[in-house]
Design a protein around this ligand. Sequence first.
Ligand SMILES: C[S@@+](CC[C@H](N)C(=O)[O-])C[C@H]1O[C@@H](n2cnc3c(N)ncnc32)[C@H](O)[C@@H]1O
Length: 233
Amino acid sequence: MKLKQLVGELQGVQTWRHPKSELEQYPTPPDIAAHMLLAADAEDGLEDALVADLGCGGGVLGIGAALLGAAHVLAVDLDPAALEVAAENVEEFEVPVSLLGCDVGAPSGVADAEGGADAGAAGGAFDIVLMNPPFGTRNESHGADVAFLQAGLRLCRPGGAVYSLHKTSTRPFIAKKAAEAGGEASVVAELRFEIPRMYKHHRQPSKDVAVDFWRVQRGGGGEEAEGEEEVPS
Ligand SMILES: C[S@@+](CC[C@H](N)C(=O)[O-])C[C@H]1O[C@@H](n2cnc3c(N)ncnc32)[C@H](O)[C@@H]1O
């Protein structure tokens, strides 16, 4: 599917009716979501892939992955209201996306819910994990960016890849945390992410934030897969 067509499709994905600032509920604009998806497709192949969408909101990334041929998508969010909207979107688009209510950041969160107690140690089953996590720079969401990244790497099969967005100001920190979690990280693109005025604490009509689009590959995909080391959580 071409970029223009994918953007058009993703414009039809609804987002939260009453967004919650404490959960950093900011939608990924359809053009950025489409670029992320096409980059993931070109590098790792979405066709027939098993995909997770962490912090799915209305499900724009997961639904987009399914439109590009993913075999199945597991879309996860903590917020039942987000999952309600996501369920409506999934029905509307008629795509193979399952929804799971779960705290991605909890020590025994989505990796355990999906794969049992050993999911972290044994390596997950997902080929590709997509996310636009909370930036983790507000008090309420402190550390969520890294917790999402760690969960994403736990859910990936060895050699699988996490695609994620993080504030450019956190680049050295994200690179360090990704390496500590057994990932090989690279910045795919530098983006300007427009945050519209959505919440009371927003003073300007909209704000541009410098954001890195990361690909983090989980280690152990080659011959070493059998004897791979445990990924620290
Ligand atoms: C920046 S939004 C991204 C939403 C959507 N993926 C998109 O790209 O438009 C972050 C999402 O993560 C969810 N979220 C925040 N903290 C979470 C947590 N601990 N566990 C699961 N989901 C969480 C929020 O409810 C929100 O839907």
